[in-house]
Write a protein that binds this ligand. Sequence first.
Ligand code: EZ4
Ligand code: CO
Length: 402
Amino acid sequence: MKIEKARTVLTCPGRNFVTVVIETEDGVRGVGDATLNGRELAVASYLDDHVLPLLIGLDARSIEDIWHSLYKGAYWRRGPVTMTAIGAIDMALWDIKGKSLDTPVFNLLGGRARDGVTVYGHANGATIDESVEAVGRYVEAGYKAVRVQSGLPGLTQPYGVGRGDLCYEPAEIDRPILETFDSGPYLRGVPKLFEAVRAAIGWDVDLLHDAHHRLNPREAAQLGVALEPYQLFWLEDPVPAELQESLRLIRQHTVTPIAIGEVFNTLYDCQQLISEQLIDYIRMTVAHSGGLTHLQRIAHFAELYHVRTACHGPTDLSPINLAACLHFQTAIHNFGIQEYMRHPELATEVFDVGYWLEDGMLHLDERPGLGVTFNEERAADYPYCRAYLPVARRGDGGVHSW
Ligand code: EZ4
Ligand code: CO
């Protein structure tokens, strides 16, 4: 099953996606998601200029060998660009393996371990009242878990709240927009938000919140303690986690569950967090973590330490990545939850998906491979357009983590 062709396809059906397409000499086609929001062309070049030419003539069935040849063979290891490129190739090779064996990828990863993949939806509003209403709409729609972000008194530009008709995931054309953040109003407001949500909807729904890397360890511990009465499913990214041992301080003070890892890309980024049981959920996603081959290894390691998987699933990754996450989390034993923001219709015209939402879970049927049909002709209708994530500064003008 020699690889005959490999290419990247850039498209912007609402937002930018980079797709790897690999074809074998016997006509099997696999697809993988290589999207790194705001830095898309770096991954496309890494693939087109340096990596894809090396694949031609290799046996598409040798996934493990190809993975190590790409990881070790570059000499330069790790990092989001490298690992996203490897991740997309790996995904496409699993897609090919599934299609050639006429079976869904989850069957190759150990088989079905659950009926469906429980997801959390994204409720948000400009005020606490609006956010409470938004949570109610998700509950009515059957979601079992809801992430809540909100505008708060004194916090004019909160993370995770849509502007106008836009969904909240920003991608600004031309220049990044500037947001401001100060921890005082945030730390005072978030417990009030969850007090109001619990009072309105009760205790039957799991609630989540994303602090988006904005606090220091002491502030994060303070917030974790203040949120304990509302029993969150998790507090996400309380601190920027390059310094893994900083989580010890948070852990010593609070039992609010912690989820971290959407910006990580190898096991080495979370080895200490997992082995010291400093987190409860690992947020790494297939595309950004070297693909199914490496993320499966991370999940098996995490299982030893009671840490569960919870793949990052924003709309700035393509539906191919979400499909790969669903196959992975259908099969993995230590599954936690899956993030879900429905892709806009334009994106699902280009990427025709096989998964569906029912009873707060995403479901997969028996279609082979990853179950996504990539429509390259439609993709060509939406050319790439440079775009950026926002940046953040504090009230005094100093740079802060976005
Ligand atoms: O900020 O996907 O949990 N979800 C998130 C996302 C990330 C974006 C970055 O591209 O934190 O909203
Ligand atoms: Co997040």
